[in-house]
Design a protein around this ligand. Structure first.
Ligand SMILES: NC(=O)c1ccc[n+]([C@@H]2O[C@H](COP(=O)([O-])OP(=O)(O)OC[C@H]3O[C@@H](n4cnc5c(N)ncnc54)[C@H](OP(=O)(O)O)[C@@H]3O)[C@@H](O)[C@H]2O)c1
Length: 250
């Protein structure tokens, strides 16, 4: 909890992808103190306002579209010019089946922009402003899909692998600055994003991810797997021989 007393932390929070079920579950699990400010940034101001209705804080909605990088520095300037930011949760993302993307490469490009490049542009701007204030935490939603590309999901996996690498590099570049990056690697989360898909083994819920992230934020972890059993499993996933791996159907 860089740069702030534990009881009052965090005072100002920015959620990129402010309607995200996981992002909102993290806020719920953190039991924010009255008097805090939550900035929900996303594409649809009406749904963002509705998402903030039950928060115990002042809620502000802001425009953030990951596919419109020209506005990202301006967004960071607007947020930081109003005061210090304690916590940024980068929760924007889309999941589209590989079967759909195979016939629609432009949509695959949009998925990569949303899940990777549109986060790189905004988070680099945010990271420099946090470095200047010498405090702050960035929570980055990676995925177990980053561990190894699966033929059934490889564009999403490639974007998450890029995001995961970006998050680790960003954390190292901020080492010693007072700014912390927490990388979150959930497995299959039963919710809006995975609606219509049958749950994979070790599935969780947005509430479970929220609780795990809130607990990690209270400690010193740099990476959190949800559920924790995915961490040892990920070692095994990397070791499966490729002829077997490519036969996985999902
Ligand atoms: N659910 C899972 O199984 C799972 C597993 C591992 C990792 N994750 C990751 O966790 C994060 C949150 O997922 P979730 O389960 O909370 O999904 P969700 O409820 O569908 O939330 C996704 C968020 O991304 C936003 N978004 C989509 N396209 C955007 C764009 N172009 N610009 C800005 N925002 C955009 C959505 O906004 P709109 O309301 O405008 O659509 C929504 O706020 C994602 O990065 C996801 O990849 C999810």
């Amino acid at each position: 909890m860089s740069g702030a007393a534990k009881g009052s932390w965090p005072r100002r929070v920015l959620v990129l992808g402010g309607t995200s079920e996981i992002g909102l579950a993290i806020l719920a699990a953190m039991r924010l103190a009255p008097g805090c400010e939550v900035m929900l940034a996303g594409r649809d101001q009406r749904r963002l306002a509705a998402a903030g209705e039950n928060l115990p804080c002042t809620v502000v909605t802001l425009h953030y579209d990951a596919t419109e990088p020209a506005g990202h520095v301006k967004l960071a300037d607007a947020v930081f010019s109003a005061g210090r930011v304690d916590l940024v949760i980068a929760a924007a993302g889309v999941l589209v089946g590989q079967d759909v993307l195979a016939g629609d490469p432009a949509r695959a490009g949009t998925l990569v922009q949303t899940n990777l490049t549109g986060q790189v542009t905004v988070l680099l701007a945010i990271a420099e402003r946090m470095r200047a204030q010498a405090s702050g935490t960035i929570v980055l939603l990676s995925s177990v899909a980053a561990v190894r590309p699966r033929r059934a999901n490889f564009v999403y996996g490639a974007a998450k692998a890029g995001l995961d690498a970006f998050g680790r590099g960003l954390a190292d570049s901020l080492h010693g600055s007072g700014v912390r990056v927490l990388l979150v690697r959930p497995g299959f989360v039963v919710g809006r994003m995975t609606q219509g898909l049958s749950p994979a083994p070790m599935s969780t819920t947005p509430g479970q991810v929220g609780a795990a992230v809130a607990a990690a934020l209270a400690g010193r972890a740099r990476v959190v797997w949800v559920p924790p059993g995915l961490r040892p499993l990920s070692v095994g996933l990397r070791l499966i021989p490729r002829p077997l791996w490519r036969r996985l159907r999902r």
